[in-house]
Design a protein around this ligand. Structure first.
Ligand code: FAD
Length: 501
C-alpha cells in the first residue's frame, strides 16, 4: 500500500482547501509546506503591538447570510463557516487622482452611478448602460465558466451577445465607447489592481465580473485576517485525520513509466503515492520538481509562451492614530499620481516614484489587528520583479526604503500628516514575495492575466499531461483569494469522483 492516497505540495489557499476536501472525502492525505505556517499569501505577521495582514484587501465570494455566495458555501461545506467572522464593507473603494478626481463608490449599482454623477454631472445615463453591460457580461461569464457544456454554449451563442462581442475587448476600449471624461474612466477601471493588468491590456469580462461580484455580493474583510481562514481550513483538515508537515519542502515528484509514484522531500526522505496535487507554481512544478523526461514537449512549449505575472511592493504600517483621525472614511483606496495610463504602466517596471497605489485601512471596520486608538494600513504598488533583480545587493536596503518613501509621498497627498504617526513599518519587495512563496517573479496572481490566459482559450489546467499530477492555485487558472480557495476544492472533488468511479 502507498504511504498516502494523495500528497498535496504547498499550503496556500488552494493547497489547503484541496487537502481538507480530500481528507474529508476519505483520501489519506499528507500536506507538505516549506514555510512554518499555513496560508501561502494568506497569512499575517506581528511587529510591535500590530499584526499585519499580508495580502487580503477585499474578500469576494462571501455574500450576506441571507444571500450567500459560493465561497461562504465552501466554508460551510468544510465545516468552518461558523468559526469565521466576516466584516462587510459598504463601499467598493475611493478612487483618487490628486487635483483631478476624488470619488467614493458605494457597493451598489445605483449608489455608485449617483456618486459618479455627483462628481462628474452628465454621465448618469451612460453609467446606467455601462453597469447594465457589466452585469450582463458577468452573468454570462459566470454561467459559462461554472456549467460549461454544450447547452450553455448554445445558449451563449443565441443570447450571450454581450459577452461574445465585448468580453475580450480591452477595458479601455469599452470605457472609451461609453464615456468621454478620463476621470470617470479612471474611477471605473480602478479594480484592475486586483487582476494585475492595466485597463488597456485587461479583458473587459474580467473587470465586469469583479465589479459584479463585489456589488452583488459585497466586499468583506475577515476578523483575524486571511490567517484566520487559512488556520480554520487547516484545522478542518487535521480534524478529519489529515497529516501536515511544515518546514518541509518537496524537492522531487517521482515518476515511473511517466506516472506519479511519490515525492522526495528535501533531506532525501521518499514517500509513495499515486496522486500529487501541486500548489507550487506551474513553472516550479514542471521545471524543478519533475524530471525533464517526465514533462511532455507540448507542456514545455506552452510554458515558454506564457509571461510571468506581476508581483507587489508593500508597506505594512502600524499607525498611532485612528482611521477617523487620519481621514479614512472607507477601507480601500486606489490612488494614481496621474490620469495618464502610460505613466502607470511605466511604474510597473521602474523605480521612479510610485505612480499608483492601493491603500487599505483595515480598522475602518476593525479586523482586530491594531490596538485601540491605532490602525493598520497597508500600501501596495504592483511591480514586476525584474526591476528589483537588477538592484545590486549592496544597494538593496537603501533602494527599498527610498522607493517606499515615494509610496508614502503619494498617500500623503490624500492623508496629510500620515508620515508623522508611523509607529511600525515593514517593507516587502517582489524579491521578498519570491523568497516566501518560491514562485518565479514573486508573481501574486500567477501568469500575466491578459486575454491569452482567458478560460475561453485554455482547457482546465488542473488535470495535467502527467498521470497522477494535478495543479491547483493561481498558476492553473486565476489568482486571488476566492478563485484559489475554490479551485483547490474543485480539483479535490474531481479527483475523489474519478477515483470512486
Ligand atoms: C501582497 C499581496 C496582495 C494581494 N492582494 C490580494 C487581494 O486583495 N485580493 C485577492 O483576491 N488576492 C490578492 N492577492 C493574491 C492572492 O493572495 C493569491 O493569488 C492567492 O493567495 C494564491 O493562492 P495559491 O493557492 O495559488 O497559493 P500561494 O499563496 O501561492 O501558496 C503556495 C504555497 O506553496 C508552497 N510551496 C511552494 N513550493 C513548495 C515545495 N516545493 N514544497 C512545499 N511547499 C511549497 C509555498 O510555500 C506556499 O505556501 C495578493 C497577494 C499578495 C502577495
Amino acid at each position: 500500500m502507498d504511504d498516502y492516497d494523495v500528497i498535496v505540495i504547498g499550503a496556500g489557499n488552494a493547497g489547503l482547501t484541496a487537502a481538507a476536501t480530500l481528507q474529508r472525502g476519505g483520501a489519506r492525505t499528507l500536506l507538505v509546506e516549506r514555510h512554518n505556517v499555513p496560508g501561502g499569501c494568506g497569512t499575517s505577521f506581528v511587529r510591535g503591538r500590530f499584526e499585519f495582514e499580508t495580502a487580503l484587501h477585499q474578500l469576494s465570494g462571501i455574500g450576506r447570510e441571507g444571500q450567500p455566495n459560493s465561497l461562504r458555501g465552501l466554508f460551510t461545506e468544510l465545516g468552518v463557516a461558523d468559526r469565521l467572522e466576516f466584516v462587510e464593507e459598504h463601499d467598493l473603494y475611493r478612487a483618487v487622482v490628486p487635483g483631478a478626481l476624488d470619488v467614493t463608490l458605494p457597493a451598489d449599482w445605483t449608489g455608485a452611478a449617483e456618486a459618479l454623477e455627483a462628481a462628474f454631472p452628465g454621465n448618469l445615463e451612460r453609467l446606467k448602460r455601462f453597469f447594465g453591460l457589466c452585469r450582463e457580461v458577468a452573468m454570462w461569464q459566470v454561467m459559462a465558466q461554472r456549467s460549461g457544456g454544450e447547452r450553455v454554449r448554445r445558449a451563449l451563442t443565441k443570447r450571450g451577445e454581450a459577452l461574445l462581442s465585448q468580453g475580450l475587448r480591452p477595458v479601455t476600449a469599452v470605457l472609451d465607447e461609453y464615456f468621454d471624461d478620463d476621470r470617470v474612466k479612471t474611477a471605473l477601471g480602478a479594480y484592475w489592481y486586483y487582476l494585475g493588468q492595466p485597463p488597456s491590456r485587461l479583458p473587459f469580462q474580467e473587470l465586469a465580473t469583479l465589479l459584479y461580484t463585489y456589488v452583488e455580493f459585497k466586499p468583506f474583510h475577515v476578523r483575524g485576517g486571511s490567517q484566520a481562514m487559512s488556520s480554520a481550513v487547516l484545522d478542518a483538515f487535521l480534524a478529519a485525520g489529515g497529516q501536515v508537515r511544515f518546514h518541509t519542502a518537496v524537492e522531487r515528484i517521482m515518476t515511473r513509466d511517466g506516472a506519479v509514484r511519490g515525492v522526495r522531500l528535501v533531506g532525501g526522505e521518499e514517500l509513495s503515492t499515486r496522486e500529487v496535487v501541486s500548489n507550487a507554481s506551474a513553472v516550479t512544478t514542471y521545471t524543478r520538481l519533475l524530471d525533464r523526461s517526465a514533462v511532455p514537449d507540448t507542456v514545455r512549449r506552452d510554458l515558454s509562451s506564457r509571461r510571468i505575472g506581476v508581483s507587489a511592493f508593500v508597506l505594512h504600517m502600524g499607525l498611532d492614530a485612528t482611521p477617523a483621525e487620519l481621514g479614512f472614511g472607507t477601507s480601500t483606496h486606489f490612488v494614481n499620481a496621474t490620469l495618464d495610463e502610460a505613466a502607470v504602466i511605466d511604474g510597473l517596471r521602474s523605480l521612479r516614484p510610485a505612480q499608483s497605489i492601493c491603500a487599505t485601512a483595515y480598522d475602518v471596520h476593525p479586523i482586530g489587528f491594531a490596538p485601540a486608538g491605532a490602525s493598520h494600513v497597508s500600501l501596495m504598488t504592483l511591480q514586476y520583479a525584474d526591476v528589483w533583480e537588477k538592484v545590486a545587493p549592496a544597494g538593496y536596503a537603501r533602494t527599498k526604503y527610498a522607493y517606499a518613501e515615494t509610496l508614502i509621498d503619494l498617500l500623503e497627498k490624500v492623508t496629510p500628516g500620515l508620515r508623522d504617526v508611523i509607529e511600525e513599518v515593514d517593507v516587502a519587495t517582489p524579491l521578498t514575495v519570491m523568497r516566501y512563496l518560491g514562485h518565479p517573479g514573486g508573481a501574486i496572481y500567477g501568469f500575466d492575466q491578459d486575454a491569452t490566459e482567458s478560460w475561453l482559450f485554455r482547457d482546465d489546467e488542473s488535470t495535467t499531461h502527467v498521470p497522477g499530477l494535478h495543479l491547483a492555485g493561481a498558476w492553473a487558472g486565476v489568482g486571488g483569494f476566492q478563485p484559489t480557495l475554490e479551485a483547490g476544492a474543485r480539483v479535490a472533488r474531481n479527483l475523489l469522483r474519478r477515483n470512486a468511479a
